[in-house]
Design a protein around this ligand. Structure first.
Ligand code: DQA
Length: 148
């Protein structure tokens, strides 16, 4: 199983940005942690981070042609604004899990809106870095018993 882990704007600033909310570990540490766990879970993982909405759309579209089996996406602030990301996930029909490090529902009112959510099989929010592993497990469970 090939899983693509996408992180949107400002997630490259983990460790620096608002450590009281997002913790002190860096983006590289996040990737290292996911890589390690994915070996245990027996799945292949690839990573992509961009601060640009169109680049994120391009990457989701590319996943379709590359036959990626599942997507884990933390769209950052584009969660709350982007119809383009919603449409991209709908277009590729790849099982996708939305992840947020913080608990978006207990923060600002505008963070309660997620456009992408309706195209995702699940949302994991407020579980810190572990949320990415939860999301991978959900994708594995979702694929069990399906033949392709
Ligand atoms: C975030 C929550 C978003 O509201 C915010 O804009 C982010 C990160 C999270 O991981 O908790 O950039 O997606």
């Amino acid at each position: 199983m090939k899983i693509l882990v996408i992180n949107g704007p400002n997630l490259n600033m983990l460790g620096i940005r608002e450590p009281d909310i997002y913790g002190s570990r860096t983006y590289d540490e996040l990737i290292g942690m996911i890589r390690e766990k994915s070996v245990e879970l027996g799945v292949g993982v690839e990573f992509y981070q961009s601060n640009h909405e169109g680049d994120l759309v391009d990457k989701i579209q590319e996943a379709y042609f590359r036959k990626i089996d599942g997507i884990v996406i933390n769209p950052g602030a584009y969660t709350h604004t982007s119809v383009a990301l919603l449409d991209a996930v709908k277009a590729v029909m790849i099982p996708t899990v939305e992840v947020h490090i913080s608990d978006v529902d207990s923060r600002d009112e505008f963070r309660k809106t997620s456009y992408i959510r309706q195209a995702c099989i699940a949302t994991v929010s407020g579980r810190g870095f572990d949320g990415y592993i939860d999301a991978i497990r959900l994708l594995i469970d979702n694929s069990d018993g399906k033949d392709d």
